[in-house]
Design a protein around this ligand. Structure first.
Ligand code: NAD
Length: 501
């Protein structure tokens, strides 16, 4: 059985006796163990990173870029291997795992442009014979703490930019699907990244707490659920660190009566059930403005009936299992909550047939089929809470304004989408909706790598989003230099505040 280790100073480090089990979610069988790091492992990783930092900070931009280009090529060559590791531990289907690797690679490609991204400004003669220029310099050792649902892409939102900027990085991946992190570490070494610039500490809360308290860690990027994001933000900033902490989500799709209902139904099913709903940009609630509700529900139901649910390594499967038994049981419990609160269970995913098995909950593994709840009451648990599984809710409203209010009254503000053929309504929505990432006839509006990804309200603690320009700013500090080279007219002593003339 495999054992997933730490990666410190350029090599695998087995870790102590504390381990956790890794499961194959499609079968429910234990497939390996992962080291559960503590303060000593974090101290070793941070000290390897701190030792590597000065050399990497001083490596020329050309040298850093060459390493990034080689890493990009190696990752591209190993796409399938990475996707297979993700499928085996997360459960998502292979094509979906390939998709997350592709989106992560786009951030590496963005980071290859770091010489441009780090350019400062220069002003000649701000005062007589005095020049000013701005620099952006790396922070030192920085850390990334990542969730289970994108074991390759979410770390790749962080480390390509951090490393390109000249920092040394410590990754703490999810303990549920940790293997991708080690393959990425090996590929960094093969690409020529100096030992210690990229490190991995496996584990859970203990490792996170050690990173948050370590004085040498200057910045922490976190992606995960809202309660932990809030905790990481509060604890990290209390220790004087720069923190960006991305939290959970509850994403609504607002459907106006003039929308193309076939397009909407395709989008709702794709965005609701892709990756079994375990995406922070998944659509969880469809808000149908009267009178389209019934026609839309019919179209969604017919598309759901055609989905193939099965193990992620089955090429026919379109949706795999959930990540753990505990999570599956929690997601399934929302069917009962929904029914108790007055929603109508239109499709019950507990009874969905699984390829090669029986009904979802009777098949070994962590299965739940696509589920549809209609007439979900606004403000009910099913509506308010992040479910993070294949449960799609339909909410009926009578106007655009009522639908907008449902979205803006929510706790989260990660993603949203409007479906309409009315450009004026779409423009009004993009202006009025209190959400960080907005789609117009696009159900999963994940920004490209050269823009920044992040939500509003309880979906983000801190003020910088990840990757894009905001990512570069997060991993660097600004400095402004004012210089004067001696000349015969320096003017002597002057105790007044410097003014420019
Ligand atoms: P999680 O919050 O349980 O775990 C995230 C990370 O925090 C993991 O590395 C985990 O080991 C660590 N952790 C867990 N409990 C901790 C504790 N008590 N103290 C300190 N650290 C702890 O999240 P998850 O279940 O792995 O991922 C799913 C969540 O992530 C969902 O809520 C989803 O919306 C969110 N997510 C958000 C985004 C985004 O961009 N906003 C992206 C992906 C996932």
């Amino acid at each position: 059985m495999k054992h997933v280790t730490h990666w410190i100073g350029g090599s695998a480090v087995p870790g102590g006796s504390r381990t956790a089990e890794i499961f194959n979610p499609a079968t429910g069988v234990v497939s390996g163990t992962v080291a559960m790091g503590g303060a000593a492992d974090v101290a070793a990783a941070v000290s390897a990173a701190a030792a590597a930092y000065p050399g990497w900070r001083d490596a020329s931009l050309v040298r850093r870029t060459q390493v990034l280009f080689r890493f990009r090529e190696l990752m591209d060559r190993h796409r399938d291997d990475l996707a297979a590791l993700i499928t085996a531990e997360h459960g998502k289907v292979h094509s979906d795992a390939l998709g997350e690797v592709a989106r992560g690679l786009e951030v590496v490609e963005f980071a290859c442009g770091i010489p441009h991204l780090l350019k400062g400004g220069f002003s000649e003669n701000v005062s007589t014979r005095v020049d000013s220029y701005s620099l952006r310099q790396p922070l030192g050792v920085v850390a990334g703490i990542t969730p289970f649902n994108f074991p390759a892409m979410v770390p790749m939102w962080m480390y390509p930019v951090a490393i390109a900027c000249g920092n040394a990085f410590v990754l703490k991946p999810s303990e549920k699907d940790p293997s991708a992190s080690l393959l990425m570490a090996e590929l960094w070494r093969e690409a020529g990244l100096p030992d210690g610039v990229f490190n991995v500490v496996q584990g859970g809360k203990e490792a996170v707490d050690a990173l948050l308290a370590h004085p040498e860690v200057k910045a922490v990027s976190f992606v995960g659920s809202t309660p932990i994001a809030r905790y990481v933000y509060e604890t990290g900033t209390a220790h004087g660190k720069r923190v960006q902490a991305l939290g959970g989500a509850k994403n609504h799709m607002l459907v106006l009566p003039d929308a193309d209902l076939d397009l909407v139904a395709d989008a709702a099913v794709s965005a609701g059930f892709g990756s079994a709903g375990e995406r922070c940009m998944a659509i969880s609630a469809v808000i149908a403005v009267d009178p389209v509700g019934d026609a839309l529900v019919d179209r969604i139901v017919s598309r759901m009936a055609a989905l193939t649910i099965g193990p992620g390594d089955d090429p026919e499967a379109e949706m795999g299992p959930l990540v753990t038994r505990e999570h599956r049981d929690k997601v399934a419990s929302y069917l009962d909550h929904g029914a108790a609160e007055g929603a109508k269970v239109v499709v019950d995913g507990r009874r969905t047939p699984i390829r090669g098995g029986a009904d979802a909950t009777a098949t070994p593994g962590f299965w739940l089929g696509p589920t549809l709840l209609d007439h979900v009451p606004v403000g009910s648990r099913v509506h308010r809470e992040e479910i993070f599984g294949p449960v799609l809710s339909v909410i009926r409203v009578s106007s655009y304004e009522e639908g907008l209010k449902v979205i803006n009254d929510g706790e989260y503000g990660n993603g949203t989408a409007i479906f309409t053929n009315d450009g004026g309504a779409a423009r009004r929505f993009q202006n009025e909706v209190e959400v960080g990432m907005v789609g117009i006839n696009v159900p999963i509006p994940v920004p490209m790598a050269f823009y920044s990804f992040g939500g509003w309200k309880s979906s983000l603690f801190g003020d910088t989003h990840v990757h894009g320009t905001e990512g570069v700013h997060f991993y660097t500090r600004g400095k402004v230099v004012t210089s004067r080279w001696l000349d015969p007219s320096h003017g002597g002593v002057n105790l007044g505040f410097p003014t420019n003339g």
